[in-house]
Structure formats: C-alpha cells, structure tokens
Design a binder for this molecule. Sequence first.
Ligand code: IPE
Ligand code: MG
Length: 235
Amino acid sequence: MDGNGRWAKQRGLPRAAGHQRGVEAVRTATYAARDLGVKMLTLYAFSVENWQRPKTEVGALMGLLELYLKKELAAFVRDGVRLRTIGRTDELPAGVQKHLRMSIEETKHFTDYTLVLALNYGSRTEVVDAAHAYASAVIAGKEKTDDRSWATFNRYLNTSGLPDPDLIIRTSGEQRVSNFLLLQAAYAEFYFTPVLWPDFTKADLAAALADYAKRERRFGLTSDQVRPSANAATR
Ligand code: IPE
Ligand code: MG
C-alpha cells in the first residue's frame, strides 16, 4: 500500500490525512478481495523501516491502526474475516497489541477469508528470526541438523501455515519490493499500478486480477508441462 503521502501532498493536506484515507482504502480492498473470490489478502501496513519516519507520522500511523482495529472487530466477526499478522508485533504499542490479540482470538475460527496485516514486518528481520528459532530448535533437539528442507525452514517464518502469495500488487507507480515477503514471493506474479493507495478501488483490484488471470505460471517448468492440452497443437 503505497502513495498515501503523495495523495495528501497533491491536495495540500498533511500526510496523516493521506493515511486516514488509506484506512478507507483498506476497508474497500478487504471486502473487494473477498467479493472477487480471493481467499487471503495480505496488506503491508507498516515495515520495520517505517519507524525511521518522523515521530509524529509514526504516532499518527499507530493511532490510526489502533482506531481501525477497535472499529473493525465487530465487522470482522459479523462478516467472517479471520485476522492474522506477520511481523514483530511485540514491538508495537501496547494498545495496538491488545486489540490485535483480541481480534485474532475472536476471528480464529473463520475459514473462508483471511486478512493478514504485515505490521513491523520486514523480510530480512523475518529470516533472522526464523534462523534464530530454527537454531534454537536444533539445540533443543526438536529439529535434526541434517534436515535441509524448505518445508521445515518455512515453518519458522512469520508466514508459517500461510500459502505463498500468488499475486503481489504495488500501488503508486513504484516498482520495487521493499523487503516484503522476499522468500514467499519466489514464484509470485507482480502487478504495478500508478494508482495511489487512497484511490485504489474494487475496479483497480479487479483489473489486477484480470491481468493475473492471463498469465501462465510455470514454476520453473515448461509451458507444455503446465498446460499440456493447450499447447498440444504447437508441439
Ligand atoms: C504508504 O504510503 C503508507 C505506509 C507506509 C504506512 P506512504 O506514506 O509511503 O506514501 P508516499 O510514498 O509518501 O506517497
Ligand atoms: Mg511510500
């Protein structure tokens, strides 16, 4: 979710106003994704790097986050939205942590649709944490030293139990990954749009999904292997 600041600047508003509209776009995207058949939506809401922004902006973002969680829980419960997080959430303000714990607990039994909030998330931090946890497990005798499988290591990432992303969308015209799900994105499709996050609508999401649907995902295989019938004529 990128472009809140520029959205505000274009209107001569403070950056916090852009973030406020960004929260509205979060609401829109959450339900748009579900209505369009998406089973899981991960939103990169706050990175480990974002702490370095001006104190007032970090404060505004944390305030908005707490307010959002407080307001949204009833809707999550009503609409069957399971909430999960990735990132070092134990470093977030106590109020935010409290609302996260409550929301996760009260929605954990829902299975149709999951909203994952990446909060104080960064891929490199995640890998360091995973390596640390994995090493500790080896020392404790809970993992074998010679098990070098991805399936095992994967369980130590923040995304443990979650599928890899199929499609990663970045708004605001930037074409970079910015420390987001680097390992999980090994075979993800990317979609870049100039639309600023506060302006991102259901139609924008539908356009991204339509683009994604046209792609052939090969996962290192050949076209013939992944779509034998469709390619039979050209062989
Ligand atoms: C994304 O918008 C919101 C968060 C990082 C929380 P930005 O704040 O990065 O907006 P720009 O890039 O300054 O326009
Ligand atoms: Mg930005």
